[in-house]
Design a protein around this ligand. Structure first.
Ligand SMILES: [Zn+2]
Length: 42
């Protein structure tokens, strides 16, 4: 299980992103393209 290096929460295995919504690593970086977008809200 990987952990976020910023907040040490668990990382989402599918997306590789942090599960902490307040963490900057919870969102993919704009420059880095993920496989698929999960719907952009707001
Ligand atoms: Zn985090």
């Amino acid at each position: 299980m990987e952990r976020c290096f910023l907040c040490h929460r668990k990382m989402d295995e599918k997306t590789g992103l942090c599960t902490n919504p307040k963490c900057v690593r919870s969102k993919p970086l704009p420059e880095k393209k993920e496989e698929k977008k999960d719907g952009e809200k707001a």
